[in-house]
Design a binder for this molecule. Structure first.
Ligand SMILES: [Zn+2]
Length: 171
């Protein structure tokens, strides 16, 4: 069972809250498939998902987005999926075990994050990281009219983050 715990911050000496990540184990585009389609046209594991529709094939990878908090030194972490071009997907797949592969892909967010009107299709840079960590997603700044992107750049409060995590845990 995931719990929300408090700790004294080594950096500023204040009490912060240790927040579990808000993680999606599948992309939205997989969730909406029928059971039959999930079995027949989709392949998925912890990091990769491919959906082969008749007219097109969609490629998804699992990533991390770090939401800045205005009143804490910590981040709220989202485990989200993004869609990539086939070329980017292949490159990521080919270099999955390459510890020194640092590059940037273009991707669209493929999860609907609770409490936001619309997070699907938010444009992002997907930055791969050295080592075995998941790529870090950075929304493009020219979408400030989207509240999720606005919050990403302006920060949310620790209280907002806690209520969001609790809502996820209750689901
Ligand atoms: Zn602190």
């Amino acid at each position: 069972m995931t719990e929300i715990t408090e700790y004294i911050c080594k950096h500023c000496g204040k009490t912060h809250t240790d927040l579990p990540a808000i993680a999606f184990i599948t992309p939205y585009h997989y969730d909406i498939l029928s059971d039959n389609d999930k079995a027949n046209i989709a392949t998925i594991n912890e990091d990769f998902c491919v959906i082969e529709h008749e007219d097109q094939t969609d490629f998804f990878i699992r990533t991390t987005l770090k939401q800045k908090l205005v009143d804490s030194c910590d981040f709220l972490e989202y485990g989200i999926w993004v869609s990539l071009s086939e070329k980017s997907y292949d490159d990521y797949n080919d270099n999955f075990n390459n510890d020194n592969h640092e590059t940037t892909y273009f991707g669209f967010i493929c999860n609907q994050i609770p409490e936001y009107e619309q997070t699907l299709s938010v444009k992002t840079n997907v930055n791969t990281q050295k080592g075995n960590s998941r790529p870090i997603v950075v929304p493009h700044q020219d979408q400030m009219d989207n509240k999720f992107v606005f919050d990403y750049y302006n920060g949310i409060t620790q209280e907002e983050a806690i209520s969001r995590v609790k809502a996820m845990l209750d689901n």
